[in-house]
Design a binder for this molecule. Structure first.
Ligand code: ZL4
Ligand code: CA
Ligand code: ZN
Length: 406
């Protein structure tokens, strides 16, 4: 007996298709879909499958994806592969989608910000369409469970791709599954709150709902420039003054919490509970979508925060305690073993289970991923080395909370 039980009085569903694990963005590209294999190993190793209903996801249909995205872009995504890219680019229907200006690394970019060059943020890789339509299908199945009242919490760690625009890929994101899920929710609920704890600004979701007062978007993210290069941290938007478009009544429905690098657990918890608390009080959401990007963890390859797994999970616990239908999505996360730890812990929180710190290594296919110094010593909650100097002062954070008012 592993001690794992179903939660009392509510239902959790888990939506996933293992096919996404086998996808490769490129050898050194930071996005590693196999982090989802590690997450699955931990979740099954601890026995959390007994605490929820697991659903194998089917691919989303083109029609479903067109609820937000441009139909030509969706056609391109459904047909594109490394072998077909150049030919598709010649097609007049797609050629009119002008490539964005070449980036600082002067990587060749094709239409829709896609590229077959390995240096691109959004490469065209083998079986890419399969990957895109599956993570989107999982998010749509999860939202369907919620909107039909069959689940109270629905989980898709392969979703949460918040940068994708209506007709452009951006920042490792091609289809904005989050926007699609919120559009589904708006069919049954008056107000949806979107919260984003990925270390990057949730720009695609914010932009999509700029003119929609029934959706409030709230992103916590690193904002500012790199010490060494002076370049802006991606995507460069989401300053505190970015509050979306004001309605005729003066209200606004976007909130942003720009954060300097090195923020610690206590400071993050203060920001999160204060701002989410205020947002919930003012907006009174009927449902919440929480994007749980794990690149806000300490030790992430791209992020620059010093948050531990327990604190990342406290955000999930806080939102869950609000007792409204909840969609939990993944997102970024570039130190694979820690992404797996965080999302396993958060699956446990969703199902009201508490996991022992010692990972059941005997029940895990690749225990070496979590063993040894530098790999977390077989623990679910290793203390991260504070690798980033903390540029957040308590008084700056307090002033920011005061400024975020409406
Ligand atoms: C890489 O090593 O800041 C892509 C991207 C590919 C392979 C080898 C090529 C080497 C880091 C990133 C050159 C890579 C230069 N390879 C990439 C302005 C940039 C243009 C692209 O978590 N170059 C763009 C996007 C961000 C930029 C972050 C976060 C997604 C999410 C949700 C998206 N783009 C500069 C970088 C590498 C690469 C190494 C990389 N790209 C790091 N940060 C970015 O919010 C899922
Ligand atoms: Ca964010
Ligand atoms: Zn991110």
């Amino acid at each position: 007996d592993n001690g794992i039980a179903r939660p009392k009085g509510y239902k959790v569903s888990y939506h996933y298709n293992s096919t996404v694990e086998d996808m490769h963005f490129g050898r050194t590209h930071p996005m590693k879909p196999w982090r989802l294999t590690l997450a699955k190993h931990l979740i099954l190793g601890y026995g959390l499958q007994y605490a929820m209903d697991t659903h194998e996801a089917l691919p989303a249909s083109k029609e479903q994806v067109c609820a937000f995205h441009d139909p030509d872009y969706v056609d391109f995504l459904s047909e594109v592969a490394p072998e077909t890219f150049d030919r598709l680019c010649q097609n007049p229907k797609f050629a009119k989608a002008v490539p964005p200006p070449h980036d600082a690394d002067s990587v060749y970019l094709g239409p829709y910000n896609l590229s077959t060059s390995p240096g691109a943020d959004c490469p065209v890789f083998a079986d890419m369409s399969t990957y895109l339509f599956l993570y989107t299908g999982a998010t749509l199945a999860a939202s369907h469970q919620l909107t039909t009242g069959q689940s109270d919490i629905a989980v898709n760690w392969s979703g949460g791709l918040h940068h994708a625009h209506k007709s452009e890929a951006s920042g490792f994101c091609y289809i904005n599954d989050i926007v699609l899920s919120i559009l589904e929710m708006l069919k049954v609920w008056p107000r949806v709150l979107y919260i984003d704890i990925d270390v990057h600004h949730g720009d695609g979701v914010e932009e999509a709902f700029q003119r929609q007062p029934r959706v409030m978007t709230l992103s916590f993210h690193r904002f500012g420039t790199y010490d060494d290069t002076g370049h802006k941290f991606f995507p460069g938007t989401g300053d505190i003054t970015d509050i979306g478009l004001r309605s005729t009544h003066g209200e606004h429905f976007a909130l942003n919490v720009p954060i300097s690098s090195g923020i610690d657990d206590r400071q993050y918890n203060y920001l999160f509970t204060s701002v989410v608390g205020q947002a919930v009080k003012a907006f009174n959401p009927s449902a919440i979508v929480l994007q749980c990007g794990a690149d806000s963890l300490g030790g992430d390859r791209l992020g620059q925060f010093n948050i531990n797994i327990k604190q990342h999970g406290e955000c999930v616990r806080f939102v869950k305690s609000l007792n409204v239908p909840l969609l939990l999505l993944g997102g970024g996360g570039y130190t694979a073993r820690n992404v797996a730890r965080a999302w396993c812990h958060e699956t446990a929180l969703a199902t009201d289970n508490e996991l022992p710190d010692a990972i059941p290594l005997d029940f895990i296919p690749r225990p070496e991923a979590f063993q040894g110094r530098g790999h977390g010593d077989g623990k679910l909650f290793p203390a991260f080395v504070r690798s980033h100097p903390n540029y957040c002062s308590n008084s700056d954070l307090e002033n920011m909370v005061k400024k975020i008012d409406w």
